[in-house]
Structure formats: C-alpha cells, structure tokens
Design a protein around this ligand. Sequence first.
Ligand SMILES: *Cc1c(COP(=O)(O)O)cnc(C)c1O
Length: 381
Amino acid sequence: MASIEERPFLPFARADIGDEEINEVVAALRSGWLTMGPRTRQFEADFAAYTGAGHAVAVNSATSALFLLAHGLGWGPGDEIVTTPITFAASANVIVHTGATPVFADVSRDGWSLDPAQVEAKKTAKTRGAVVVHYAGAAADVGGIEQALGPGKPIVEDCAHAVGTRYADGAHVGTKHPGAFSFYATKNVTTGEGGMITVADEAFAARLRSLRLHGISQDAWKRYSKEGKWYYEVLEHGYKMNMTDLNAALGLVQLRKAEAFNARRREICKRYDEAFADLPLERPTWVSTAAAAAHLYPIVVDDPARRDAVIDGLSARNIGTSVHFIPLHLQPAFQRHYGYKRGDFPNAEYFYDRTVSLPLYPILTDDEIGRVIDGVREILK
Ligand SMILES: *Cc1c(COP(=O)(O)O)cnc(C)c1O
C-alpha cells in the first residue's frame, strides 16, 4: 500500500539504551575481559536477587536456556513434551533437538496461554513434562498445568516475555519451576542477544554452568585469569552457550531499570485500553495488570479481514506492527514431521486470524502513542 504518511517510520520495537549502558560496555571493553567473566557473574547474582530464584545461569539466548533445561532434565527420544502453539519456534524446537516429541495443546481464550484442560487431554503414557510460555508477559496457569500433568512431570517456564512477571502469590515466574528468560533486542530487558536460566537446585545449577561451556569443570572460564589454572576436565559433552561480559554489561544496567520499564509499558497499555474501548476488538487488558511485565499489546480484531486492514493501514501510516505468533502447528516443519494441520487448535487459530501486536516500549513518546491510537481508530471506525 502506498504511504499516506509523512512522519518518520515508527518501529514495532526499539530498545532503550542510554549513556549508562554505553559506559558500562565501554568499561567492559577497557577492562580487557571480553568473554564470560566478572560482569556475567554480577549479572547472574543481580538476576537471582531480583527474581528471588535460588540460582541464575547466564547464557547466550533464551533458546539456549530452554535447550539446556530440556537436555538437563533428561528429556529425549520416546518422550512427549506438551507446549503451546502460540509461541516462538524456540519453545518447541528445543524439544525436537533433545530427540523428544513436541505435543501441542490448545490455548485458553482468556490470555491465550496453555489451557490446563487441553494439556490434560493431550496427556499420554509418554508425557514427560511441559514447556509453559508466559505469553505477552502475563503469568500462565502453571498451577493448573502442574495438576493436569500429575506428579513427576517437570515443567520448564518459557519466561522470554516475562522479566518482572509475578504469580498471584507475588513470587516471580521462573521460581516455582526452572525458568528461561530472554534478553533479545526486542525484549523488556535486553543485552542484544542473551538469556538467563533460573533454578532452585544448586546441583542442577552447577551442571547447567558446566553444560553451557563444553561440559568442562565449573571454574574453567577463569583459566586465563591470574587465579585460574591450566588444568580442566571435560565432565560431559556440553555446548558453547555462555554469555559474554559485553552482553552482561548491558544487562547489569538494563536490569536496574526493569521495574521502571515495565511500569511505563503498563501505562502505555492503559492508554491503548482507554482509546480502543468503543472499537470492534478485544483489548488485552490482562497484559497490564500490576503483576504482568506487559511485553506485548496483542489486540484481537473482530474480523480477520479487518485485522489485515489494521496491519496494512498502520503500515501505510509508517507504523510497524507484528503478529505474535503464527501458530507452530501451521509451520511447515511441524506439519511435515508431526502431521499437524489447520483445524487442530481452534482457539490458537481464532487468535492468529484476528490478532495484531501494536508498538509497546518505554521510549514511545506520547505523540507516537497518539499516532498509533489515531491510526487504529481511523482504520476501524
Ligand atoms: C524471544 C522468544 C524466545 C527466544 O529468545 P531468544 O533469546 O531469542 O533465544 C523464546 N520464547 C519466546 C516466547 C520468545 O518470544
């Protein structure tokens, strides 16, 4: 569609990187220690303190965090792991990479996260656990899913949208079960690329620290420092998934701003909520409750053609949007390998056909928020 907009492109996502972040990265560069080192350790300690998790293990992405957890829990060939189709490929790809089979279950109409009743319906003798996504930063019903799975079925929490999200009892997500957080460029707290594992068990944390760096003995990253030793042992066949101190430098500063970032995100959601009250769409009021990290603002337009009109109309107004997510059971690789097809998950498909995510990030100006609101109103009125 031809552009009808003179104003500059308003991106769907944009990180808030200030002088503090830049100075900390420069300090890391000047320190001479570039890869995993003191800043990564500090970031881990800060993240564990912030979330109340027993242990935090920094890695190079949430995908790596999810994979190391799935592998560390011993999931593999013959196992079925339940997860949601409304997620990024990572949540299910990591299951595939352990050799286990991803089994999708439909989402609930209220919040679009895994529905415990649907999880129960997909349970078989081979079910070994689940990957639960806290979609858009709102806590999923992990308690319900735990009950649906029954005892001895570990849950991995995909907390990629959920730095700062709390359960109803006030505990952070990723503290009742192992959690995987993302610091990808578009996420609420960013290190460019990066991720964090949270676990309660000390021995499991130690194993994950080893697995992220070739399975070598725990302090091997220090081997080039003054207190380091040249001798190390490869304890098991691990991976190369460590964070670097350059990424951690960003994360240290960003994490201190997490609460303020999330508060501003919720404020923007409230403005959208008010502005769209009379339009033919469902507003995601559940992303901006006090306990949610408000990562996304996915509206559900009453009609698929009108949803497409919102995407095209905002694009013509130089405003970026996105769709979270194309359900994984509609993706070619999952259809080819597991036989999924359209019709398998009615709620996920209803959502996919009608949703569009609007720009939502702390450095959106009031004028920019106004542009988004005016655009959506003009298109849908
Ligand atoms: C972004 C995202 C991931 C992957 O995060 P990376 O850090 O890019 O690996 C996983 N799950 C969900 C739901 C995501 O949105």
